[in-house]
Design a protein. Sequence first.
Length: 191
Amino acid sequence: MYLRRRRNLLLLAILLGAAVLSWWLLSQVQLIGEAEDRARLHRPDFFLDDFVLLAMDESGQPKHRVMGERLVHYPDDDTAEVNEPYMEIYRPEAPDWQVSARFAWIGPGGEQVRLQREVVVERVAETGVAPLTMLTEELLALPDDEYMETDLPVTFLGSGWDVRAVGMRGWLGEGRMELLSEVRGVHEPRK
């Protein structure tokens, strides 16, 4: 009887171990399947090579023009990636802006644009307004709000001056920039 009870306990332990192992294997297969589903869903639905897109405002006037080497759109989250983006922002009563970078990520609906690597933002010179160049490695832009920001080092270059800082917030519509820390500048006197 002792041997029979021991054998039953051993059989019960083996069955319980098999059940736990089966449950673990099933959960691993489900996790792998979910990861594959997510990867399968994040596939592009279209791409554009050497493209030019022109956006108009409510009155039919050009608002901005976006160009790039390649744009890839992902329908699952309505995002896009752009290689070598270049953008011109047209402003009716102020100087235009030109923006370029090596890479851009565009959020759903184009509400956010994250520019990365060799970001250059230039204000075009007009009568009474000097040109301005801003350089950084990453920039978050909210085009509809005419707002941009970075936490990384940023350099501003103008006619006879050079300002460097770490972090910046800019409101293009207001013509206002806020430099966040470690601000240093050099200004050459006019001759």
